[in-house]
Design a protein around this ligand. Structure first.
Ligand code: HQG
Length: 182
């Protein structure tokens, strides 16, 4: 599979496993899992035929490890990033002292007014390093980074989760825990 096809197929997987399974008539269970055989059949039916081995390759080589197979290899799901309601079953985990959130400059005023909201996704996404935050922010425009006092939030009763691919997730970040890094 060449790089272009790989990226295109990986994007399609993000779409159907996180946001719109219905575009290929895919069914996810309450925890976001799809049967691999059903996924491959529906992809083929909708013009994106790939083999089981190619799917394995995409899962193994995905830059952010966005997807994972179940232990028995029969099911697949996205590790995080869902907009559809799924129960990932992640364990509440104490966060590090500081986490980061990258966003675009044009969202700053609004974020300083209302805090970080999850918007269309299930959680606000945070990273434990600046580099990732800058990259995430760059997807939306000129990147800026917020410093999040995560341990203080946890002490205040906010719950944090860490997805299988290392993204920190929480419901919302109130303004008092946010500081814009200049
Ligand atoms: C912003 C990618 C105005 C928020 C990344 C963000 C991540 C507000 C945007 C994952 C706001 C939502 C998620 C407020 C939040 N006012 N804007 N009060 N609160 N926002 O894409 O965090 O490559 O849903 O700052 O790596 O950018 O897809 O979230 O800019 O892990 O695997 O609203 O997606 O992963 O945008 O990215 P998104 P995100 P993948």
């Amino acid at each position: 599979m060449n790089t272009k096809t790989l990226t295109r197929t990986s994007r399609k997987l993000s779409l159907v496993l996180r946001h719109k399974p219905e575009v290929i008539g895919l069914k996810l269970d309450a925890s976001g899992w799809a049967e691999v055989s059903h996924l491959l059949a529906q992809l083929e039916r909708h013009g994106t035929a790939i083999s089981r081995a190619e799917l394995q390759y995409i899962v193994d080589h995905n830059d952010k490890q966005r997807f994972r197979f179940s232990e028995d290899g029969l099911r697949i799901r996205a590790n995080q990033g869902h907009s559809i309601e799924v129960e990932l079953g992640l364990r509440a985990t104490p966060p590090p002292k500081v986490l980061y959130h990258g966003t675009a400059r044009r969202f700053v005023d609004s974020i300083l007014r209302t805090g970080l909201e999850r918007r269309s996704r299930q959680h606000v996404h945070l990273s434990d390093n600046l580099e990732t935050a800058i990259k995430v922010g760059g997807r939306h425009g000129k990147p800026v980074v917020f410093h999040v006092r995560a341990a203080a939030m946890a002490a205040d009763g906010h719950t944090f989760f860490r997805s299988d691919n290392g993204v920190w997730l929480t419901e919302a970040v109130p303004t008092e825990f946010l500081r814009l890094l200049e």
